[in-house]
Ligand binder design. Structure first.
Ligand SMILES: [Zn+2]
Ligand SMILES: [Zn+2]
Length: 254
């Protein structure tokens, strides 16, 4: 398996390696999208790590939400880092654990919802489109399909060109909650731009069905990918990688 570093990204330079889509047939059990009880997940960092070990997961990247409305306690970020550091010491080199963040866009010109301190300490930035910028008090569901399509696309394109972002979460996910599948030709455009900029694409087992469609788009552009389950419960940790481990037998059949 060929693994390549993302290279230019400051927070990734340490030891973060992504897969290429062509490596998936031998994919390791890696999980790059997990929430804990510090925000809207159900389990603690320690519980997730124990479960991940039982499942044979060899890399676990926590990606807590940065939006303050998701935080259950003030000042959680330092405790989160502390928990992860403690688990890292306990498990040794049996599992590679990283402290990441899922960070939404705040505008169309590179703005991210993250504090300077968080950005300095996070080892992985999963850029996301959650609430669309510039819509004032309106909710995403109040927009027309065309407005939402345009905003989702422009937000994703801003992530694809953002050197502060390691990987783009659930392409088309926010749009799809209201208007069905985000058009594949637009996803393909975003993936092509991200691939040129060395920004990885998350294959997300919750939002991307079938995942093979997105993997093929990544293959076409030779994009880096990360596998994310958007796990909020223990049983979801590692789901994306294990589904693909089975599915890849079909995808790569000679
Ligand atoms: Zn998200
Ligand atoms: Zn998430």
């Amino acid at each position: 398996m060929e693994l390549a570093p993302t290279g230019k990204l400051a927070h990734s330079q340490k030891r973060l390696y992504f897969l290429k889509a062509r490596d998936l047939k031998d994919a390791p059990l890696w999980e790059y999208h997990v929430h804990t009880s510090y925000t809207d997940g159900q389990c603690t960092v320690g519980e997730v790590v124990s479960f991940a070990q039982e499942q044979g997961i060899t890399r676990l990247v926590f990606t807590e939400h940065t939006e303050p409305e998701h935080a259950n306690t003030k000042g959680w970020f330092g405790q989160y880092l502390g928990d992860i550091e403690r688990e890292r010491r306990l498990v040794g080199n049996r599992i590679d654990i990283l402290a990441g963040l899922e960070v939404p866009v705040t505008d169309l010109s590179g703005g991210l919802h993250i504090t300077r301190e968080m950005e300095r300490q996070a080892q992985f930035i999963l850029g996301a489109v959650h609430r669309y910028p510039g819509i004032g008090a309106r909710r995403v569901g109040d927009l027309s399909r065309e407005e939402a399509l345009e905003l989702e696309y422009r937000c994703l394109m801003s992530l694809a060109q953002n050197p502060r972002v390691d990987s783009i979460a659930h392409i088309g996910g926010t749009f799809s909650q209201y208007w069905g599948t985000f058009p594949h030709e637009l996803s393909a455009e975003v993936i092509a731009v991200a691939a040129r900029n060395g920004v990885a694409i998350e294959i997300n087992s919750q939002y991307h069905r079938p995942m093979e469609t997105y993997i093929r788009m990544c293959l076409d552009c030779d994009a880096y990918i990360t596998l994310g389950s958007n796990a909020h419960r223990l049983r979801e940790v590692g789901l994306c990688a294990s589904l693909l481990r089975d599915g890849s037998q079909v995808l790569y059949k000679e």
